[in-house]
Design a protein around this ligand. Structure first.
Ligand code: DX5
Ligand code: ZN
Length: 218
């Protein structure tokens, strides 16, 4: 089942509860939460305290995307806050294997994200240890950027790598620049979890957009 994971980065931060309810009523499968530290990426967003608050009002699983340096120091805090999926960047620590093991040991789904320049080959030796790969289709840090066209090829390469390694259960999540007009080709390339921030929140009818996106990839 393909999943839509709206990014709260484009939500109204003065009333997150209202937007979360709207997304849930609209049929969102997951809530994508972008954590940025002003060091790994040139922007600062939210920390565990806000994730905990979101967890108190959300009924769907929290898909937490850590864009922070040395994520190993913080995974426990985000798991305690309620993360159901916790994704770290391959570029953010020399100890990806150790950190994904730590996440899984706590019963949470572990993801690894790749920046646009990072080849999928870095995943070769950790396929057994992860539940999700997050392909960045923009440079991480900001919402509202355009989808990088080469990402499509990378998604296809990853789909093949997973199929060749009997790892078809691993979710392929794609993040950045996903809109109603390109979601179908991203789906056809092999994506299973679609993150969309501005594509949903800037739509005329954000609630209806989730259903429209689902129709487009059915
Ligand atoms: C960017 C974040 C994304 C962002 C996507 O660094 O990881 O999740 O919110 O926003 P859009 O869909 O507007 O590109
Ligand atoms: Zn994200």
């Amino acid at each position: 089942m393909k999943k839509i994971s709206p990014s709260l980065l484009s939500a109204n931060f003065s009333n997150l509860e209202k937007d979360i309810k709207m997304l849930e009523e609209g049929g969102a499968d997951l809530l994508h939460i972008d954590v940025m530290d002003g060091h790994f990426v040139p922007n600062i967003t939210i920390g565990p305290v806000v994730v905990e608050a979101i967890n108190e009002v959300a009924t769907i699983p929290l898909d937490v995307h850590l864009m922070i340096s040395d994520p190993g120091y913080y995974v426990d805090a985000f798991i305690d806050a309620g993360a159901d999926y916790l994704t770290i960047h391959a570029e953010s620590t020399p100890h990806v294997h150790r950190v994904v093991q730590k996440i899984r040991a706590r019963g949470v789904k572990a993801g690894v994200s790749l920046n646009p320049h990072t080849p999928i080959s870095v995943l070769e030796n950790i396929l057994q240890d992860i539940d999700l790969v997050l392909i960045m289709s923009v440079n991480p840090g900001f919402g509202g950027q355009s989808f990088i066209p080469q990402s499509l090829n990378k998604i296809k390469q990853l789909r093949k790598m997973l199929d060749d390694n009997h790892a078809g259960h691993i979710e392929i999540e794609v993040d950045g620049g996903i809109k109603l007009d390109n979601i179908k080709e991203i789906s056809d390339a092999g994506c299973t979890v679609f993150v969309s921030g501005s594509g949903i929140f800037k739509a005329e009818n954000p609630k209806g957009m989730i259903a429209e996106m689902k129709r487009a990839i059915r």
